[in-house]
Design a protein around this ligand. Structure first.
Ligand SMILES: Cc1cc2nc3c(=O)[nH]c(=O)nc-3n(C[C@H](O)[C@H](O)[C@H](O)COP(=O)(O)O)c2cc1C
Length: 332
C-alpha cells in the first residue's frame, strides 16, 4: 500500500510529504533532495530576494527533474514578484502569512498550483475564496512564524471547512507517526520544516544544527521579540517559535521597552551578525524532541513515508487481533 492521497494525485508525486519553504534554509539542494525522495521540495524565498532565488533555482534545476515549488511570505511580496516567480516554471507557488487576495491572481490564472498556509479559520476561508488548490493548516507547534492554534484540533477543522480542497497538516510533524496522525485527521499530507532543517542539504549553521539535535521541545517558545530586535516589520499577529536564549530571557514580557531601546536593538544586530548563539534566533518547532541526527533529506522522506504506512497498518492489525487498547470495547 502506498500513501496515495488527493495531494499526491494533484502533483503526481510519490509521497504526501512537502518541504516547508523555510526562508534561507530551504535552498535548491534541499528542495531537489526532497523531490528526488518522492516528496515535494519548496525553495524558501522568504521576503523575496530574487538574486538568492536565481541562484537556488539554478541549483535545483540541475538537481532534479521532479515537481518543485517556491514559497513566499505573503505580507512582504507583490503581484509583480509572483509573475517573476512563475517565469521559473515552478509546479507550485506557496504563500504564507497575510492576505493572499492581492498577490494570488497571476498564480491562479497560471498552470502552477497555488498553496496557501493558514493559521486560523478566517485565513482558511480566504485561501479557499482566492482559489487555493491546496491549503496548509499550520499549528502553533511549528518552527518559525505562525499563529496560536494547535495542530491536532485545527487540521480537521480546516479540512471540514474547505472540503474538497486538499489540506496539508503542518506543525510538529517530524516522523512517520506524525504523518500517520496527519492523515488520520483528514489531511492529504504533511508540510515539514524543522526536521528538514536538520538535513545535510539544508543551508544551516553547524552551531544551529547542533542545538536542534541536542535540545528538546520544551526549550522552544513563541515570541515577537526577535522581530522587534531585528527591525523586521512582521505583522504582530504572527509570532515565531525559536529556541529560548539569553536575549529572550532578558526581554521577555518587555516588548515595549525593547521597541524603544535603539541601542539594545543595535547591540542585538551586531551580535546576530557575529553569529552569537546567545541572541541568534534558532527557528525550530516542538518536534525537535524527535530529531537526534542530521540525515540526507531523501532518507527522511522515504523513512517518514514507510514508517507512516507501517504505523497505520500496525494499528489496524492490532485492532483486528483485539490487542490495541484503543480498539477494545469499553468496559462497563
Ligand atoms: C527555519 C524555519 C524557517 C521558516 N521560514 C518560513 C518561511 O520563510 N516561509 C514560510 O511560509 N514558512 C516558514 N517556516 C514555517 C514552515 O512553513 C512550517 O509551517 C513549519 O516549519 C512546520 O512546522 P515544523 O517546523 O514543526 O515542521 C519556517 C520554519 C522553520 C523551522
Amino acid at each position: 500500500m502506498a500513501l496515495r492521497t488527493a495531494f499526491t494525485e494533484l502533483l503526481q508525486i510519490e509521497h504526501p510529504i512537502v518541504l516547508a519553504p523555510m526562508g534561507g534554509a530551504a535552498g535548491g539542494a534541499l528542495a531537489a533532495a526532497v523531490s528526488n525522495g518522492g516528496g515535494l521540495g519548496l525553495i524558501g524565498a522568504g521576503r523575496g530576494d530574487f538574486e538568492w532565488i536565481d541562484r537556488e533555482v539554478a541549483l535545483l534545476a540541475v538537481g532534479t527533474d521532479r515537481p518543485w515549488g517556491i514559497g513566499f511570505q505573503t505580507w512582504s511580496t507583490t503581484e509583480e514578484a509572483m509573475k517573476r516567480a512563475l517565469a521559473y516554471g515552478p509546479d507550485v507557488i506557496m504563500l504564507s502569512f497575510g492576505d493572499p487576495a492581492s498577490v494570488a491572481p497571476p498564480v491562479v490564472a497560471s498552470q502552477c498550483a497555488l498553496m496557501v498556509q493558514v493559521v486560523d479559520l478566517d485565513e482558511a476561508r480566504r485561501a479557499a475564496d482566492v482559489g487555493a488548490d491546496v491549503i496548509v493548516a499550520q499549528g502553533s507547534e511549528a518552527g518559525g512564524h505562525g499563529g496560536t492554534r494547535a495542530t491536532l484540533p485545527f487540521v480537521p477543522a480546516v479540512a471540514d471547512l474547505v472540503s474538497p480542497i486538499p489540506v496539508l497538516a503542518a506543525g510538529g510533524i517530524a516522523d512517520g507517526r506524525g504523518l500517520a496522525a496527519a492523515l488520520s485527521l483528514g489531511a492529504a499530507g504533511a508540510l515539514v520544516g524543522t526536521r528538514f532543517q536538520a538535513c545535510i542539504e539544508a543551508i544551516v549553521d553547524p552551531e544551529v544544527l547542533k542545538a536542534i539535535v541536542e535540545k528538546g521541545g520544551e526549550d522552544t517558545e513563541r515570541s515577537g521579540l526577535l522581530d522587534i530586535a531585528r527591525g523586521v516589520p512582521w505583522p504582530a499577529r504572527y509570532t515565531a517559535r525559536t529556541l529560548r536564549n539569553e536575549f529572550l530571557d532578558h526581554w521577555r514580557d518587555r516588548p515595549d521597552a525593547l521597541r524603544s531601546d535603539v541601542a539594545a536593538q543595535e547591540e542585538y544586530r551586531l551580535a546576530e551578525d557575529a553569529g552569537d548563539m546567545r541572541v541568534l534566533p534558532v527557528w525550530a518547532g516542538e518536534a525537535i524532541d524527535l530529531i537526534t541526527e542530521c540525515l540526507p533529506a531523501e532518507d527522511v522522506v522515504r523513512s517518514m513515508a514507510a514508517d507512516a504506512e507501517a504505523t497505520l497498518r500496525r494499528i489496524l492489525d492490532e485492532g483486528r487481533r483485539g490487542g490495541h487498547p484503543l480498539t477494545r470495547p469499553p468496559r462497563r
